[in-house]
Design a protein around this ligand. Structure first.
Ligand SMILES: Cc1cc2nc3c(=O)[nH]c(=O)nc-3n(C[C@H](O)[C@H](O)[C@H](O)COP(=O)(O)OP(=O)(O)OC[C@H]3O[C@@H](n4cnc5c(N)ncnc54)[C@H](O)[C@@H]3O)c2cc1C
Length: 442
């Protein structure tokens, strides 16, 4: 093998719960990818390492970073399909497709996430109530597996491995190319409408009433104390068909995630900022035009939100809850809140559609997200909340939550054992592993 193809570096999970010294390789030729893969017993595929939990990192073996595989392989205007390499970032993908008024609507919220990372996590965007997850736009995948070799995966070809790979957390091999069915988008300018709600019941009613006419609808709520828990804002985004737009390439600055040496977020600062944000939002116009980046990648330009948690990082839980269970779950959540007094920095809701299978975070349910300051009271609180999942038939995201243990995982992901068995049949040596897959015994 060529020299200097592997390097050592220290790497963190995005939520900063894990840090490891790893050996990583950045192949730029398919032959190199084959050689490196065959040389190591354990491999982890890595995109931009923007998963909150340690899905793209592993202590042993090699970390395969595919960033150099970032080309467009084929584009068919008539059939509206595109084949790209898996290391391509979402923003490079969009800079090509949006010029042609095409895109995929299931885009996770940060522009430097890679295609391979989004497919492996079965990512979703703001419009997941209507458009579901990225699975809906995938036509086929070219996979390389160190033992099983090169494989084309689709609904028609190797369907069993296709099903394990989409949302399979990179455990079936390296996704090298992905072919997408593209969707027409009239314009890359949006109109955003904001509505104020006093509690979650009001928000639910709004979602039920509006979701048939609004593809993009989601909400932000206060959870910094129990008196105004749920007070917040609903956002609706509409593609602005009337604006004329000459699409210009988006230029993105990378590496904006740099945690402050000491955290800025604490219970006091969260309350103040939440208060200011809510009241400032009320003073703003109810409806305004917004550009594509702001709507689709809401955290781009607001990286300080994450940096303000400091070097210790933060924790997130993201849950799929049946609408009929949401209020009862939140009542118990608030009772626990009273006892443990966690520090919650973010609380948001959106509806999701889809069918839950294997490890995919997908269902016809409400998607509820909470971000926490990492401290003792938040951790004790979160451990108690975990105990409510079976009672309310809740699915927690393993992409977002780095704490989920094996027990909670197998109880909530009903097909996880089936996934595990099929994966072991496909690769008896279980070559592709991550810190998260080891924790979840996959
Ligand atoms: C600010 C921010 C906002 C986000 N918003 C959303 C959101 O709105 N919706 C949502 O669903 N998610 C969201 N995410 C999560 C994100 O979409 C996923 O964690 C995604 O997997 C990250 O992609 P990545 O390129 O960083 O991959 P990594 O984090 O490096 O890897 C993620 C997983 O993909 C696997 N993988 C990566 N590349 C390949 C490959 N070529 N072949 C096989 N496996 C591979 C890895 O092994 C790992 O299991 C957000 C993350 C951030 C940081």
């Amino acid at each position: 093998m060529e020299k200097n193809i592997t390097e050592e570096k220290k790497i963190f999970s995005f939520d900063k719960s894990f840090s490891l010294n790893i050996l990583y390789a950045k192949p730029d030729k398919y032959k190199q990818l084959e050689e490196i893969s065959r040389q190591f017993d354990e491999i982890v595929n890595t995109g931009s390492n923007l998963s909150y939990s340690p899905l793209g990192i592993n202590q042993n073996g090699v970390s395969l970073e595919l960033k150099k595989f970032n080309r467009i392989i084929d584009f068919n205007k008539n059939e509206k399909t595109i084949t790209v390499e898996a290391g391509m970032t979402l923003i490079d993908f969009l800079n090509f497709t949006l010029k042609k008024n095409l895109w995929i609507p299931q885009l996770p919220g940060y522009p430097t996430i890679t295609i391979g990372g989004a497919v492996s996590a079965n990512s979703h965007g703001k419009s997941c109530a209507v458009h579901g997850t990225i699975r809906k736009s995938i036509k086929s995948i070219l996979l390389f597996h160190k033992i099983n070799g090169w494989m084309i995966l689709s609904e028609e070809e190797n369907k069993d491995i296709f099903d394990l790979t989409v949302g399979g957390l990179g455990l079936t091999g390296t996704i090298v190319q992905v072919t997408f069915n593209l969707t027409h988008i009239e314009n890359s300018i949006f109109r955003t409408k904001k509505s104020k709600v006093s509690n979650i019941q009001e928000c639910e009613k709004f979602f039920v009433k509006s979701y048939k006419d609004t593809s993009f609808i989601y909400s932000w709520h206060r959870a910094d104390n129990l008196n105004n828990f749920g007070e917040g804002i609903i956002y609706e985004n509409f593609v602005d068909n009337e604006s004329s737009s000459n699409f210009q390439n988006f230029k993105i600055k990378d590496n904006k995630f740099k945690p402050l040496p000491l955290p800025f977020w604490n219970s006091f600062s969260i309350s103040i900022i939440n208060f200011i944000f809510l009241h400032y939002s009320r003073l703003e116009k109810r409806e305004k035009k917004e550009n594509f980046l702001k709507v689709i990648f809401p955290f781009y330009g607001k990286e300080s939100y994450f940096n303000f948690f400091g070097r210790k990082g933060f924790l997130e839980i993201q849950l799929l809850i049946d609408q009929k269970n949401l209020q009862n779950f939140l009542e118990e959540f608030k009772k626990l809140y009273k006892i443990f007094k966690p520090s919650i920095a973010l609380f948001s809701l959106k509806n999701m559609s889809g069918e839950q299978t294997f490890l995919r975070f997908e269902d016809n349910k409400v998607c509820v997200t909470f971000d926490f300051i990492k401290n003792k009271s938040s951790l004790s609180f979160m451990n108690e909340v975990d105990k409510l999942y079976t009672k309310y038939d809740i699915l927690p995201s393993v992409v977002k939550d780095s704490r989920i243990n094996k027990d909670v995982f197998y109880k909530t992901y009903k097909q996880a054992s089936d996934f595990r068995n099929k994966l072991h049949d496909f690769d008896k040596k279980r070559s592709y592993k991550s810190e998260a897959s080891k924790r979840l015994d996959l």
